[in-house]
Write a protein that binds this ligand. Structure first.
Ligand code: SPD
Length: 460
């Protein structure tokens, strides 16, 4: 009897040993989980390379396969500043905006061949606009360089500027619009870019680089990432039902209170951006949208106050989902964001048709740029990131995904005709000739702008 028990114990023991021997090994750092971008909140900060024992971002939830339009969160207005040197790894509260919304393309879902993955090489801390990158590009960057991307988002230049002026942001890469970049350079918040480390700069569109030089003389501090326009997004069916001859191709739709009032109950959102809305109102009045004269700027005030009662929300990213879901009729928004709303509605197959118009009176053309704060903790990695984003195939992938025009001229031949020929993304020469630029505001005119905006929003 005892002999039988002893034999049974030996057999069970051998079976347990065999089971553990056959268990799969833990995933290497090059798996998609390890390559997935983290947020500043989710990342273990500093230069700690990801190891198989401590994967880079195991907490980041996988992106949903079919984004549920209704569930997409609004971009956080603020994100906590990283402390690249000291911040401990924190449990995530939410997936980063872009990660949560992205539908991973097929190629990013498959693990890369082990030979393609570079060994861990530290981190790069990126602060970009929400809905402004193809996450597959972040994953490819990590795969190719071994550099983990810690990625946070914002939806307002003011948010970015407040952080930059306070200093010690912990960010290696930020993406200011030209209007803000110019004065931020003056304020000394950026470092010059070592062009010898940016071989892909040769692919940039010379016309866009020349435009950028107006804000960054000599193109020393920044390279253009994307550019676009500020226009009107609208729900085609709902607007037509309320007003069959609605002037969707004109700023009258927004700034004529007798017209806008008709859409109040349907929902109207405008950008929470005085540097956009005030020039648009001035342009509508036939004034110089780029005026820095306080007396001229103040002409926009009564125009904005007259439409204030009909505005449902001042927000600079919520309108993407709200348009896509058919929750609002009209938004003053950014070109690519409105096109993203179109795509989300189409993906959701919800029957919502979103239109974008660049009003015939003219609209703002703006340039968003990659720049490196003076105290960037990982400048070498930042240069690698900038160079990667300028690579034509990478830039084209971003443009295809976010529907904004790229600073890379050599990306254009790689784009499908439906992007290249979409005048909302790459406006025609004729449309371009109607667009206006806004140059940086000095402190005095900026104060006038802010005061007007505060009063408008408060309904004073
Ligand atoms: N969702 C990305 C939006 C980028 C908009 N940047 C443009 C700022 C123009 N002032």
């Amino acid at each position: 009897m005892n002999k039988k028990i002893a034999v049974a114990v030996i057999v069970i023991g051998l079976a347990i040993m065999a089971y553990f021997t056959l268990l799969p090994a833990p995933p290497p750092a090059s798996t998609p989980e390890a390559a997935a971008p983290a947020t500043m909140e989710t990342a273990a900060a500093g230069d700690m390379p990801a190891t198989p024992e401590t994967p880079a971002a195991p907490e980041t939830p996988a992106a949903p396969e079919t984004p549920a339009v209704a569930e997409m969160p609004a971009a956080p207005a603020e994100t906590a500043p990283p402390d690249a040197a000291e911040a401990p790894a924190a449990a995530p509260e939410a997936a980063p905006m872009d990660t949560a919304m992205a539908t991973p393309p097929a190629e990013s879902a498959a693990p890369p061949p082990p030979a393609a993955a570079a060994p861990p090489a530290g981190v790069v801390n990126v602060f970009n606009w929400s809905d402004y990158i193809d996450d597959a590009n972040l994953e490819a960057f990590t795969r190719e360089t071994g550099i983990k991307v810690v990625y946070d988002t914002f939806d307002s230049n003011d948010t970015l500027e407040t952080k930059l002026l306070a200093g010690s942001t912990g960010y290696d890469i930020v993406v200011p619009t030209g209007t803000f970049l110019g004065r931020q350079i003056q304020a000394g918040v950026f470092q010059t870019l070592d062009k010898s480390k940016l071989p892909n700069i040769v692919h940039q569109d010379p016309a866009i680089t020349a435009r950028l030089a107006k804000y960054d003389p000599g193109n020393e501090y920044a390279v253009n990432y994307m550019w676009g326009t500020t226009g009107i997004g609208y729900n085609v069916a709902k607007v037509a039902a309320i007003m069959p001859d609605a002037p969707v191709d004109s700023w009258k739709l927004i700034f004529d209170p007798t017209i806008l009032a008709k859409f109040k109950d349907c929902g109207i959102e405008v950008l929470d951006a005085p540097d956009e809305m005030i020039p648009a109102a001035l342009n509508y009045l036939g004034e110089d949208p780029n005026s820095k004269d306080p007396a001229v700027i103040k002409l926009a005030e009564p125009v904005l106050k007259a439409i204030r009662p009909f505005i449902t929300k001042f927000h600079s990213s919520q309108y993407i989902n709200d348009l896509a879901n058919g929750d609002i009729c009209i938004a003053v928004g950014w070109s690519g964001d409105v096109i993203q709303a179109q795509s989300r509605a189409a993906e959701a197959n919800n029957g919502v048709d979103v239109g974008y118009s660049i009003p015939k009176e003219g609209a703002l053309i703006w340039f968003d740029n990659l720049a490196m704060p003076k105290d960037a903790p990982h400048p070498e990695n930042a240069l690698k990131f900038i160079d990667f984003m300028m690579r034509p195939d990478v830039a084209a992938k971003n443009t295809e995904y976010i529907a904004y025009a790229s600073g890379s001229g050599d990306a254009k031949p790689l784009l499908p005709p439906e992007i290249l020929e979409n005048g909302a993304i790459y406006p025609s020469e004729d449309t371009l000739s109607h667009l206006y630029v806004v140059t940086p505001y000095d402190p005095k005119s900026q104060r006038v702008l802010n005061d007007i905006w505060t009063g408008v929003k408060a309904g004073l």
